[in-house]
Design a protein around this ligand. Structure first.
Ligand code: PEP
Ligand code: MN
Length: 338
């Protein structure tokens, strides 16, 4: 942290800042200039409230040097994190993790057809929501525990790992017992109590970017999970709200290389919730892989026209199987594997 004093700050002001820094157990190094005094602060500044310093008399501005997130930062851990789901399934590293399946778990026939396609295409992780956050209270809100059981049973039959959303602290245990990855949806990215509680488990967490969250807020949300002892965080760019109405959200793909620059955590892309349009899904998956995404979370439904949730953005099994073939050379071109 660098503290720049105002031009006319007096000795008393400077001394007060120095004392405050010392009380915070950090080392102040004042540099007395002819015009102004600058105080460099040595030590980890992250727990310090920047505004507390900037509001001291005589302080002009405060510049932080370290990323505000610590555990998620590449400054702390240089090498990429790889999240291990067991049975040779990982997220991060050379292999791109493909997660596919319906938005919501609906029934046995739907799940069986979806799982068959996911496995046939060569993906290793199946998605399917049992607890669905819905804008309208009249929409299908998921099958709850019965949906978790169906997801687990079907995925197991096809040798697939699972990812499903948890919306409520009270459901963490049951979701963790049935699924391999706990998904935190966009609407809950800053539900700090929920983040803390999934942080208390060791289960891999798929953290979706808040629809109006900055990248800094996104990484600080990951930090909440990690600070509570769970390092197994997978980030997911799922599009942000903008003025554009042609797509459901705006897919901010630059987030992928940006996050990889700032953090060691793996980041995947959801082309379905970000675009809301099936014909945009394949091109956005290709672009995501080209720019370094560690995985993809895509809605695949055996019969989108009958889906109880988000059918208008799902691709069909045959489209997914074909797409997976097309992705192989593309992944190889960027030194990755599918
Ligand atoms: C989902 O993946 O099912 C979902 C609800 O996504 P999001 O939280 O990104 O809207
Ligand atoms: Mn959905």
């Amino acid at each position: 942290m660098i503290i720049v004093m105002q031009k006319f700050a007096d000795k008393k002001n400077i001394e007060q800042v120095i004392k405050t820094i010392e009380q915070l157990k950090l080392k102040p190094v004042p540099l007395y200039g002819t015009e102004r005094t600058v105080i460099a602060v040595i030590g980890d500044e992250r727990p310090v409230d920047e505004h507390h310093i900037s509001s001291l008399p005589g302080v002009d501005k405060v510049m932080t040097v370290l990323d505000p997130y610590k555990l998620a930062s590449r400054e702390t851990k240089h090498e990429d994190s790889i999240i291990d789901l067991g049975d040779n399934v990982t997220v991060g590293g050379k292999k791109i993790a493909m997660m596919a399946g319906p938005c919501a778990v609906e029934n046995e026939d739907q799940m069986e057809k979806a799982a068959t396609a996911v496995a046939k295409a060569g993906a290793k992780i199946m998605r399917g929501g049992a607890f669905k956050p819905r804008t309208s209270p009249y929409s299908f809100e998921g099958l709850g525990v019965a949906g978790l059981e169906l997801l687990q049973k079907t995925a197991k039959r096809h040798g697939l790992k699972t990812v499903t959303e948890v919306m409520d602290i009270r459901d963490i245990d049951v979701v963790a017992r049935h699924a391999d990855i706990l998904q935190i949806g966009t609407r809950n990215m800053q539900n700090f109590n929920l983040l803390k509680e999934v942080g208390n488990t060791k289960k891999p967490v798929l953290l979706k970017r808040g629809m109006s969250a900055t990248v800094k807020e996104f990484l600080l949300a990951a930090e909440h999970i990690m600070k509570n002892g769970n390092p197994n965080v997978i980030l997911c760019e799922r599009g942000i709200r903008t003025f554009e109405t042609e797509t459901r959200n705006t897919l901010a793909l630059a987030t992928v290389p940006l996050v990889k620059h700032l953090s060691h955590l793996p980041i995947i892309v959801d082309p379905s919730h970000s675009t809301g349009r099936p014909f945009l899904v394949a091109p956005m998956i290709k672009a995501a892989i080209a720019c370094g995404a560690d995985g993809i979370l895509v809605d695949v439904h055996p019969k989108p026209e009958t889906a109880l949730c988000d059918g208008d953005q799902a691709i069909r099994p045959e489209e997914f199987i074909q797409l997976m073939k097309e992705l192989k050379p593309l992944a190889a071109a960027v030194n990755r594997a599918i």
